[in-house]
Write a protein that binds this ligand. Sequence first.
Ligand SMILES: [Fe+2]
Length: 529
Amino acid sequence: MARKRGGLRARRVDVARGAAEAVKEVSMSVYLEELSAVGAVRFPDIPLYQGFGAPLRLESDLRDCEVIHGEVPKDLNGTLYRCGPDRQYPPLIGDDIFIDGEGMVNMFRFQNGHVDYKNRYVRTARFKLQAEHRRGLFGRYRNRYTHDPLVGDCNPGTANTNVVWHAGKLLALKEDDLPYELDPDTLETRGRYNYGGGIKSAWLSAHPHIDQATNELLTFAYQAKGDGTTDAVYYVIGADGKVKHEVWFNAPWAGMVHDFAISNDHVIFPFFPLLTDVELLKKGGPFYSWHRDKETVVAVVPRYGTADQIRWFRGPTSFAGHMMSGSTEGTKVSLDVCLSRGNSFAFFPNHDGAPADLSLGAPHLTRLTFDLAANTEEYKTTQLQDVLCEMPRTDDRYQGAGRYRHGYVICRDPSSTMAGGNPGLGAVGHFDLKTGNVQIWNPGPNSGVQEPCFAPRRPDSPDGDGYLLALVNRVEENRSDLAILDAQNLKAGPVAIVKLPVRVRMTFHGMWVPQEALDSGRYTAVRRG
Ligand SMILES: [Fe+2]
């Protein structure tokens, strides 16, 4: 099992300043040499691969999960799909960040009060190549200069970020590759998917938004012609699964655009200063580094407009991973987003070598308002809630509606303490944007939650009338629950808790797909109130 490690180590220590200080010399030589000697699967003995975050590497099927509390509502028929990273093999470089790892898709199928569970790896090109060689081949996160030579031109995507149902296809997504299509019942991987050749960008975002009233999927790509390029593209995919609108434009810099927002008339792209430097990549550096001296730039694009109609806005340094929703009312376009003053993705280092200032990375639900009629590039910033929160979601039927009343997040329970509950973003939150009320459900000590997904009670239920489905990490028991909450009454506690005998390691995103949408390939959204 001969390996050429020397070249990789030499490149990685070549950098001496700024973000490069995070380019640690690989001090894992013992790990690597042990690995090489035994030829076995052995993960580094570091916290990243221990406890609840340890790779699971297990695929399973469970018909009729245990229900350990309450009753699963019989009117909840459909499937919850979730996706997250789960390391197939120990990393090539001995250390990495938690967002890397092969995509594992989880599904919970609800039928007349029963819940069946299944999870499968997405058989990406990367997964299959590593399986063939029985080891990890890909180096530092998104840094193609650190991969094993066996990788060649193999697509690097892990399909580990999100899973969506659109135009009769189930797609697993990661923002540095094209989607992978899966069988919606078996989760078998069908292959890489480019909308019949309609996608010209190198990859697509993992955060498309579906307008369930028009059955359009709105998506984009950044660094769309390759690592370090400033090309960006916005696509509208029609209900028939074909590209119906496409806008290429030039981004202010080659940086991360992890998510965007859609309104009834616009799409909104925020550019936060988390930048890619190809020269740093060539030296083995991180894919992104934080430039705290740079401003925030936002592009507001007419939903069916052209590049020359884009309006650009500028504001103070800020960051957000995820958007709640967008809205257009007259000449005012707004973006509701979990915004922080600094880098909340602190696993990417500061460009200037300064330590991360975690106090600036605390996100709150914030509204940015852009006035298309004003002769200014400034925008207005209004914090909407005091609760620390991330992973914002709405009732999916209201994406693209331009209005919504109810938002859902993972959040910090202000009443929790180190002794009595999870002090991190370990609770589920509900924001009523009309009344300003906040409700929080805390799963209790030694437990955490994952991003909640909303499931309407019926296709024509009003906004907020339905359930929240949230995976709960039972850390001490090393397994997971699925909590089903009344979306308007979190304080009452779960309507039902579905017990899993296994751990769902950490999923990032996913969605609820009603049975009628699975059957027809179309959403039948009815928006009221
Ligand atoms: Fe995300």
